[in-house]
Design a binder for this molecule. Structure first.
Ligand SMILES: Nc1ncnc2c1ncn2[C@@H]1O[C@H](COP(=O)(O)OP(=O)(O)OP(=O)(O)O)[C@@H](O)[C@H]1O
Ligand SMILES: [Mg+2]
Length: 246
């Protein structure tokens, strides 16, 4: 069971889009995949058009069991929903005296039977995000092709490194460039810089594709909404890349 978080303290870089569509790509390739929504925005269930009942908040607070919160969204694709109630989870974590960084790990401990557990995380650096970093073994960091990107990613990786000191096994991480636009030179320049700064850690880019931004409104992932789009091609390729390491 590979445990992976899609994370970056910066907002709007395609964390959710990547988590949902990469997860869908893995599910379609036959891998049993669970998406865990760790964001109060609750975008994962909305993106897949499912009605969220009890979710991660109820699980962590002990009001529901693991078997109650795993919703089958599609064949091979399951969701534990996030949403506003996670605010209470953050308070619960903050009140814990001992090992507060392991609250999420303890709640998800009994998960079995998945090839991939993918966490969508919020654009912040708070106690719940830190808990995510203690649960997973791998980070996939979506980075949008914007000018301030490099500085932001440096700061973020610095914080990840602090967490590494307290973990038994080191987190591995890779960068997924997003919103790549071949028509503007800025995109190519930033991608080149990323590859220079982080050799070997930069995965193939996801191109800017309007279909990706339309799909969530229909409650569909990209392989349902526009399976011939660039977005579908890019996420299928990333799913293959991710599965290769399985
Ligand atoms: N490659 C793409 N091309 C065009 N639009 C995209 C692409 N990827 C994501 N989007 C759109 O950009 C917006 C931000 O994406 P998304 O919500 O996935 O980012 P996020 O990092 O999860 O944001 P937040 O930090 O708020 O959680 C969404 O409207 C999404 O549909
Ligand atoms: Mg998001």
């Amino acid at each position: 069971m590979r445990k992976i978080a899609f994370t970056n303290a910066k907002g709007g870089v395609a964390k959710t889009t990547t988590c949902v569509n990469l997860g869908a790509g893995l599910a379609l390739a036959g891998y049993r995949t669970l998406l865990v929504d760790c964001d109060t925005q609750g975008h994962v269930s909305k993106s897949l058009g499912i009605k969220a009942g009890e979710g991660l908040a109820e699980l962590v607070q002990g009001d529901a069991g693991l078997e109650d919160v795993q919703i089958e969204a599609r064949e091979n694709l399951f969701v534990i929903a996030g949403g506003g109630a996670l605010a209470g989870v953050k308070r619960l974590i903050a009140r814990r005296d001992m090992r507060s960084e392991l609250v999420l790990s303890e709640a998800l401990e009994g998960l079995r039977g998945y090839d991939f557990v993918l966490l969508d995380t919020a654009p912040s650096w708070d106690v719940l995000n830190v808990n995510c970093l203690f649960y997973v073994e791998e980070l996939l960091i979506p980075v949008s092709m914007e000018v301030l990107t490099l500085q932001g990613i440096g700061d973020f990786l610095g914080r990840v490194n602090q967490v590494q000191h307290y973990r038994e096994n080191l987190l591995t991480w890779s960068i997924i460039p997003t919103f790549y636009d071949g028509r503007v030179s800025k995109s190519a320049e930033i991608l080149e810089q990323l590859e220079r700064y982080f050799p070997g850690a930069v995965w193939p880019a996801v191109r800017y594709n309007v279909r990706l931004s339309e799909a969530p409104a229909f409650g569909q992932h990209i392989f349902e909404y526009a399976k011939k789009s660039n977005g579908a091609a890019d996420y299928a390729r990333l799913a293959q890349r991710l599965a290769k390491g399985a």
